[in-house]
Each structure stands twice: as structure tokens, then as C-alpha cells.
Design a binder for this molecule. Structure first.
Ligand SMILES: *Cc1c(COP(=O)(O)O)cnc(C)c1O
Length: 223
């Protein structure tokens, strides 16, 4: 069997086990297979093995790879996980089914304009900088509730959930808990949190989707 497919199966099994461990009766966790840096030919076996939701972090790279794959496989969902510049909003709205990185007012305004223009509305997540890292994108935790409200009331955007990337080398659990708390405060149900190193922890702390790249495709040589 293809190595990525073998690893996909292992990740799916671990997700199922972690789902059983958590409190309550959460909805099933969505696995977002993060395919950045991998070619269409490297991604195809993973689609054929059943993965349907994929994440990319660059608009241009996704435009090069995904229109063809979306034509081959009708039911794929493509998510943008990387920073979105306002001059790429048109392309992003046209291509992605979900944009997880809404992180500033100007971007919210531009998304609102472009969604109305194209009549196509990707589902949206607000990215939260839970570790308040200066170099990292995302809304400050203290400003998240107000920002989500402005996205909804001022810009007319429908926000589906919150997303975070905890600081590298720190225990991610408090960051997952903070994101869950902020999601509750904003009345949002979906929480995108957890990557290859910590997706099981994220699920136990209330993730509704996890973004797993290297644990499926292997280690990346760049980006
Ligand atoms: C690359 C990336 C991932 C996946 O990272 P892995 O450690 O390879 O699982 C998840 N989320 C975002 C935002 C990313 O850029």
C-alpha cells in the first residue's frame, strides 16, 4: 500500500479512539489532510483512499494543484489555512470552500465585498493568536468576541468557528482550552485545532476539526 495511505489509515484510527475518550457526545471530528508542498500525483492516492477534506496554506499553490483534482473528484472540500492577503481574496473566494484565517478588519471587509460579487460564500473561521505571539497571525484573545461580532454585524459574514496554532514547543492544551472557551463565548460551535504532533490532545480538548499534514504525507522539505 502507498505509504501516505497507510499513514492516513493510522491517523483515522487514532482520531476515532480520541473521539471515544472525550466527554459528551461531540459531532464527529473532521480530518483536514494538509497537502501543502505535495503534488497532485502525491495527493491523489489519499483522495482515492477516502480523504475528502484538504488544507493548503498558499493561494497560488492551491490554484496550481486543485482545480484539476476538483474536476476529477466532485465532492472534495478545500480549506485555506495560511495568511490571506487582500489582493488574493478574489482567487481565494473562487477556489476555497473554507477559509480558516480571517484575522483582521480589512480582510473581513474585502471578503464581504467579494462574496457578494461572486455569489459564492466559503465558510469562514476567525484565527485566534492564543499565545499572543507577535510574529503570528490571528486576533488577540481579548479582542476575539468583539471581532467576531463585527464580522457578523458590520460585514454580514457568517462565521463558522475559530482556529488556532499554539506556540511551538509549549504545552498546547491550555491554548486548546482557551480557543474552546472563546468559541463558547461567541456562540460558535466549530473549533479548528490540532496538527500532526497534537491532534489527539486537541480532540480531547474539544476540537471539531484537526489539520494533519506530515503524519499523513511524511515530512516536508520546505514551507
Ligand atoms: C502546515 C500546517 C498544518 C499541518 O502541520 P503538520 O505538523 O504537518 O501536521 C496545520 N495547520 C496549519 C495552519 C499549517 O500551516
Amino acid at each position: 500500500m502507498n505509504q501516505s495511505v497507510e499513514r492516513l489509515n493510522a491517523v483515522q484510527a487514532k482520531i476515532a479512539a480520541a473521539e471515544k475518550d472525550r466527554d459528551g457526545t461531540g459531532d464527529p471530528v473532521t480530518l483536514v489532510a494538509v497537502s501543502k508542498t505535495w503534488s497532485a500525483d502525491e495527493i491523489r492516492p489519499v483522495i482515492e483512499a477516502g480523504a475528502r477534506v484538504f488544507g493548503e496554506n498558499k493561494v497560488q499553490e492551491a490554484r496550481d494543484k486543485w482545480p484539476g483534482l476538483k474536476q476529477e473528484f466532485a465532492d472534495l472540500e478545500l480549506r485555506l489555512l495560511g495568511p490571506l492577503q487582500t489582493n488574493k481574496v478574489r482567487d481565494a473566494v473562487a477556489l476555497f470552500d473554507v477559509i480558516e484565517t480571517v484575522d483582521r478588519e480589512k480582510l473581513a471587509a474585502e471578503l464581504s465585498r467579494e462574496i457578494r460579487k461572486q455569489g459564492r460564500a466559503p465558510r469562514l473561521y476567525v484565527q485566534v493568536n492564543t499565545g499572543r505571539e507577535p510574529q503570528k497571525a490571528g486576533i488577540d484573545p481579548d479582542e476575539t468576541v468583539a471581532f467576531v461580532t463585527r464580522c457578523q454585524d458590520v460585514h454580514g459574514l457568517e462565521i463558522e468557528g475559530l482556529m488556532c496554532i499554539p506556540p511551538a514547543g509549549e504545552d498546547p492544551a491550555p491554548h486548546f482550552d482557551l480557543l474552546a472557551k472563546l468559541a463558547d463565548e461567541t456562540g460558535l460551535k466549530r473549533r479548528s485545532m490540532g496538527m500532526s504532533g497534537d491532534y489527539e490532545t486537541a480532540i480531547r480538548h474539544g476540537a471539531s476539526s484537526v489539520r494533519v499534514g506530515s503524519a499523513i504525507f511524511g515530512s516536508r522539505t520546505y514551507a
